[in-house]
Ligand binder design. Structure first.
Ligand code: PSU
Ligand code: MN
Length: 307
């Protein structure tokens, strides 16, 4: 008997990939560790519906009972989003999760890997992980960056969060050969705000232009990701003063509590959501929806090639 495949792929996703129909991968750490309950589950299910309404197959990716799964069911998403006993699963955790039967949310890095394995080339998230402040001494740099260096996917994100060292993150993306495209902007977005204070040198104006960059990368045989940086809608961004105040508070709080390693990002996000009285949460949900919608458009654009 052949060994069971390491990655379970739902029939929906498998058939769409085989037929060349548009599919968008979605991560689950945003559900398990990024957003508070019950918004985490409603946001995840809304994202799937938004894609279906646009004629795109959603592939929400996570680990259930030790099984990396591409195309979770609604029930599985609800279960991941409502239990405490779930893990944050990065690339290096995947083999342990499989061997020890964990359930959990996959980070951008682990999700991109699983998406690529299943033949899904477009992935939408809220914000990418990056170089943390103080990384020069802590060496805390998200594994998302290294993952994107070696996986030929397109990731839509609202830049990286201002909790990070944005300048250092952009430098690392350049070193790692990740193509960074501003979507209708020459300014790198700062997640909660449209302007991180840093520029991007390359930009595209339409989903079709982003798709053209992906095709050129593939024609060249480059194995690195394209990061499509989509700024949050101007009407939705976080007020500048609120942003600065809660950000400083969050960083100080993490320092006081000696938060380290994989707990850092969830801790900072949770603090921001509470300190801004939910306003950062609304921004997070809004930009996530926008990124999912844009991912859907790029996936459609890529799928229509040669028809
Ligand atoms: N950005 C968000 N919400 C999140 C994350 C990023 O808006 O929940 C998650 C992603 O899954 C990302 C992870 O891959 O945080 C990065 O964690 P770390 O910094 O530990 O690599
Ligand atoms: Mn880290």
């Amino acid at each position: 008997m052949p060994a069971a495949p390491a990655v379970a792929v739902s029939d929906d996703v498998r058939e769409a990939v085989a037929a060349g129909r548009p599919v968008v991968a979605l991560e689950t750490t945003i559900i398990t560790h990024g957003l508070p309950r019950p918004r985490n589950v409603t946001t995840a299910l809304d994202a799937e519906q938004l894609l279906r309404d646009a004629g795109v197959v959603p592939a929400t990716i996570g680990v259930v009972g030790g099984r990396p799964t591409v195309g979770l069911t609604g029930e599985e998403i609800e279960r991941l989003g409502s239990t405490d006993a779930v893990h944050k699963i990065g690339t290096r955790d995947l083999p342990v999760a499989m061997a020890q039967g964990w359930s959990g949310g996959t980070t951008v890095a682990a999700t991109a890997l699983l998406a690529h394995r299943a033949g899904v080339g477009v992935f939408a998230t809220g914000g990418l992980g990056g170089v943390h402040r103080g990384a020069a001494t802590t060496f805390d740099e998200s594994a998302d960056l290294v993952a994107l260096a070696g996986l030929p996917v397109l990731v839509v994100s609202a830049g990286v969060k201002s909790i990070l060292d944005v300048g250092a993150t952009l430098e690392r993306l350049e070193t790692l050969g990740v193509t960074v495209l501003g979507y209708r902007t020459a300014v790198f977005p700062g997640f909660y705000v449209r302007d991180s204070g840093f520029g991007v040198t390359d930009r595209v104006e339409t989903p079709a232009e982003a798709a053209a960059v992906v095709r050129a990368r593939d024609a060249l045989g480059l194995r690195s990701a394209v990061l499509l940086a989509n700024p949050v809608d101007a009407a939705e961004e976080l007020d500048d003063e609120v942003h600065r105040a809660v950000l400083d508070g969050a960083l100080a709080d993490a320092e006081t509590h000696g938060v380290r390693g994989k707990d850092t990002t969830p801790h900072l996000l949770d603090h921001l959501h509470r300190a801004s009285e939910g306003r950062s949460l609304e921004v997070n949900v809004a930009l996530y929806r926008a990124n999912v919608a844009l991912g859907g458009e790029v996936a459609r654009s890529l799928a229509f090639v040669g028809e």
